[in-house]
Ligand binder design. Structure first.
Ligand code: TA6
Length: 293
């Protein structure tokens, strides 16, 4: 997503400005190493473009920036649960308004930190006191850390994901390696399956890879590059492409949008909202994804 033409609402430093796309405020980073955008709505990375390279992050041309809908594309923060185990789907963090807490910069890049805390609205949906921070490090690579802290007096349990949409030149000429052999196929009633070393995407894919390698690589022949995704703090990696039929049914994705994206997600998967990672009072957890070309 090109943010360079949007006028600055606020100038925070030489490298950081606040811009607005429709009703969504975006922290824009323009640095010698890379440009990036992080929307306050959802704490949502919408762009990361290392200097001289194509954006690594895909945003839908039809994404809705009304300040209410979750943005289609980018890196949705799915939290405090992943998927449809409760409502809203993928949790409320991606629909919430986050606060800019701090920004720092040096010759290597810029760090943007956003935060979200429990409030009346979140407590009505999920009755636990929390603080989450999204620490976005924009250098030659993109590092996103979702730090969850239990600020309650009791333990609670969460799941979630950094649901990264990667930009692909042509999905027909791309493949993925490093996702490991074992996966649960969400399109086959959660059947446990074994796959090969390389995954080509030629149909709708929605898979939970349960033993991913340290780095998952998207080999993109059309853009003549490999994109590496290194995750930490996760228990699986989800790979998703809606393909033609599902793209057509989504109002915020163009009919051919599926041809230029692939999700590789750093995921904490759980079967219910009572399962996942349990944090004692004051305890924290970090879910991380590092994306580089
Ligand atoms: O991560 C894969 C997935 O859970 C899919 O099942 C698919 O529905 C996708 O996320 C998008 O979900 P959304 O709620 O953003 O439409």
């Amino acid at each position: 997503m090109d943010l360079t033409s949007l006028p600055a609402l606020t100038v925070l430093s030489d490298n950081v400005t606040i811009v607005e796309k429709d009703k969504v405020k975006i922290v824009r980073v323009i640095h010698d190493k890379a440009t990036a955008g992080i929307a306050l709505h959802g704490g949502h990375v919408v762009s990361f473009k290392p200097t001289g390279k194509e954006d690594l992050i895909w945003m839908s041309n039809s994404a809705i920036f009304d300040g209410e809908a979750a943005l289609r594309g980018g890196i949705p923060v799915c939290w405090p649960w992943f998927g449809r185990i409760a409502s809203p789907s993928h949790g409320f963090a991606r629909n919430s308004e986050w606060t800019l807490i701090q920004h720092r910069e040096n010759e290597h890049g810029v760090i943007i930190e956003l935060g979200l805390q429990s409030n009346e609205e979140t407590l009505a949906i999920w009755p636990n006191q929390f603080e989450v921070r999204l620490i976005v490090e924009v250098t030659e690579q993109l590092k996103v850390t979702l730090q969850t802290t239990n600020t309650d007096a009791k333990p609670w349990t969460f799941s979630g994901a950094l649901h990264s949409y990667l930009n692909v030149g042509d999905i027909a000429k791309a493949n993925v390696i490093g996702m490991g052999p074992s996966y649960i196929d969400s399109l086959l009633e959660d059947k446990e399956c074994q796959g090969g070393e390389s995954l080509a995407i030629d149909q709708s894919v929605d898979r939970i890879y349960t033993q991913p390698e340290a780095v998952i690589t998207l080999q993109d022949k059309a853009l003549d590059r490999s994109v590496n995704v290194e995750n930490h703090g996760h228990n699986c990696a989800v790979i998703w492409n809606p393909w033609k039929e599902n793209a057509q049914s989504m109002s915020d994705m163009d009919n051919d949008g599926y041809k230029t994206m692939l999700c590789i997600e750093s995921t904490v998967l759980a079967d219910s909202i009572e399962e996942g990672i349990t944090l004692q009072p004051s305890e924290s957890h970090q879910l991380v994804t590092v994306i580089s070309a």
